[in-house]
Design a protein around this ligand. Structure first.
Ligand code: FAD
Ligand code: NA7
Length: 539
């Protein structure tokens, strides 16, 4: 028998207390006046930035656009120290937002939502927490994060390891690895950051490299008060540009084809971007076709490979860390990642050619029979992206339909926001939402969801949900756009290809935030095209 089996009645439940959940609670409670309760299994707000406390954790979106835009006073009161903002600073910022808008009292922290079941007759959601507390709500807003469900590979013998194992996305606060022998598995964005930060601290660092990645310098520099003031004075223009652009990172995207200029000019443009820094900037501000044309892509890739060759002194280490093939994963940037491999205490082990055989009490044994002795094994192995957290809950829509059955094969949605047979159930960054700097996309979706709920309330709608046809059409649109890019030609989490057993499929709308916002506006202007609503309560 659950501890509190009498349901508590609210208008809306919000799941998650990251950028999405915080803003959703603000909109639904403070602006629409709905009784709203938010949940997070974390003991405080922050989402991604609550969990990812590993050394070196940094946003790779520039500081001035990795924040909310919705409140001009909040923007004017904000500050930052560098061109990029660190995890402790983002966490402090989000905690500040929660307090500024008096949202803490609406959240139940340390509380996992285990199920959300639609009661057809009542047109209500029954939401149950891990503690057995039951809520009834008209609306559920899922802001459960797209890079949040941890991928923790179960290596043979891992349970026999006598040292510590840590996933970067569950890093214990203040955990210090100074003087220890540390292994890191994973060299994506997170791996590169944690490796760079740990290298000078630890006694020995063994980096297990499966797929080396293309990465450019981040360009993290201190900023002056004058520079911050200039941004603040220009914020109206900046956000208009961001929200009308494709990747929403705050720079103008190039439309120049890479091969339309001379080799010398290409080199000059790449070098300038390299010196400036920024992964998305390197891919999208240099030329307009690096993500769509293989020849252009190879030009950018060759430039990065030549830089790695210049940086890493030992040719054999350089070989292990040099990517091959297309530059077609989420573009990475780092703060001196390749340089750390010149340190005498850092070693690269290429595990595609020399795989991990097993983990033993003392460390990791590779196929060549070498035991890499370790005190700590760090997993920078990423996430079950996008639909991972949904599949960990029991979510049932109309007629008891389980989300895992509805999404059998491929997670789908209409607009990245809603899915057929799950009435009044909304997602922030659901499957096939925009692939961008995320806070502006999160704001776009939360505002649209809030407007839609307001519309439903004002019109007395019992329920609103997309039609299966609209959902199928959106999936098709996202697939067609993805197929125009080079991203589909390489395995990565963008398509769910990083999780053993997960069927790779399109998970993002790659059409850009400006176009996405136009689609949402058009859907609203055309009477919520693609949605159907059940009988009005009044009728
Ligand atoms: P999250 O911040 O992931 O919050 C989701 C929350 O939901 C979590 O706290 C989780 O505990 C909670 N939750 C999930 N399921 C349940 C449940 N069943 N019950 C209760 N609580 C639940 N994006 C960028 O745009 N730029 C960047 O530079 C960038 N850097 C990143 C670096 C790292 C290391 C990572 C991991 C991600 C990065 N991202 C970046 C993506 C980042 O996740 C988003 O920018 C943003 O923070 C997502 O906010 P969110 O609210 O949608 O989700
Ligand atoms: P990523 O980008 O998914 O990187 C995970 C890394 O871990 C990558 O190098 C993987 O190698 C490696 N990996 C994963 N599983 C294994 C196993 N079983 N064995 C060895 N190596 C493994 O995750 P991140 O956290 O770095 O970044 C995700 C996003 O979050 C990032 O884009 C930012 O937005 C924040 P692989 O490449 O699959 O061969």
């Amino acid at each position: 028998m659950p501890a509190h089996s009498t349901p508590q009645i609210v208008d809306a439940v919000v799941i998650g207390a990251g950028f999405g959940g915080i803003y959703a609670v603000h909109k639904l409670h403070n602006e629409l006046g709905l009784t709203t309760v938010g949940f997070d299994k974390a003991d405080g707000p922050g989402g991604t930035w609550y969990w990812n406390r590993y050394p070196g954790a940094l946003s790779d979106t520039e500081s001035h656009v990795y924040r909310y835009s919705f409140d001009s006073d909040l923007l004017q009161d904000g500050t930052w120290k560098h061109t990029y903002i660190t995890q402790p600073e983002i966490l402090e910022y989000l905690e500040g937002v929660v307090d500024r808008f008096d949202l803490r009292r609406h959240f139940r922290f340390g509380t996992e939502v285990t199920s959300a079941v639609y009661l057809d007759d009542e047109a209500q959601w029954e939401v149950t927490t891990g503690a057995g507390t039951v809520y009834r709500a008209t609306y559920v807003v899922n802001a459960v994060g797209l890079l949040s469900a941890i991928n923790f590979p179960n290596l043979p013998g891992l349970d026999t390891f006598e040292g510590e194992t840590i996933h970067t996305a569950a890093w214990p606060e203040g955990k210090d690895l100074a003087g220890r022998r540390v292994g890191v598995i994973g060299t994506g964005s997170t791996g590169q950051q944690v490796i760079t930060a740990l290298a000078p601290e630890v006694e020995h660092l063994t980096v297990f490299v499966r797929t080396p990645q293309y990465s450019v310098p981040v360009g993290k520099r201190p900023v002056t008060t004058e520079q911050i003031d200039a941004v603040k004075a220009d914020y109206d223009r900046i956000w208009t540009q961001v929200k009308g652009s494709s990747v929403a990172f705050g720079f103008e995207e190039s439309t120049v084809p890479a091969m339309s200029v001379s080799e010398e000019e290409r080199g000059r443009v790449f070098e300038q971007a390299w010196q400036h820094g920024g992964g998305f900037r390197f891919m999208f501000a240099t030329f307009g076709d690096i993500a769509t044309d293989e020849e252009a892509n190879e030009a950018a890739a060759a430039f990065i490979r030549s830089k790695i060759a210049e940086v890493i002194e030992d040719p054999e280490t350089a070989r292990k860390l040099t990517p091959t093939g297309l530059f077609a994963r989420r573009p990475l940037c780092d703060d001196g990642y390749h340089q750390v491999f010149n340190r005498p205490n850092v070693e690269a082990v290429a595990i595609k050619e020399n795989p991990i055989r097993e983990v033993t009490a003392k460390g990791v044994v590779t196929e060549d029979g070498v035991l890499h002795e370790l005190d700590v094994l760090v997993f920078a192995t990423g996430f079950d992206a996008v639909d991972g957290n949904y599949r960990r809950m029991e979510i049932r829509g109309r007629g008891g339909l389980n989300i895992n059955d509805h999404w059998d094969g491929q997670p789908t949605s209409y607009l990245g926001i809603a899915t057929a047979n799950f009435p009044n159930w909304f997602m922030v960054l659901g499957p096939n939402g925009p692939f961008t700097n995320l806070p502006p996309s999160i704001e776009t979706q939360v505002e649209w969801i809030s407007d839609t709920i307001d519309f439903a309330e004002r019109n007395g709608l019992r329920a609103i949900e997309p039609t299966p046809e609209a959902e199928a059409e959106w999936t098709e649109t996202c697939t067609e756009i993805a197929d125009m890019t080079v991203f589909t030609k390489v395995d990565s989490w963008i398509f769910g290809a990083n999780i053993p057993g997960k069927k790779p499929s399109v998970l993002f709308y790659l059409g850009g935030l400006g176009n996405y916002r136009a689609v949402l506006a058009d859907v609203t202007a055309n009477g919520y095209r693609g949605f159907e609503s059940a009988d009005t309560i009044a009728a």
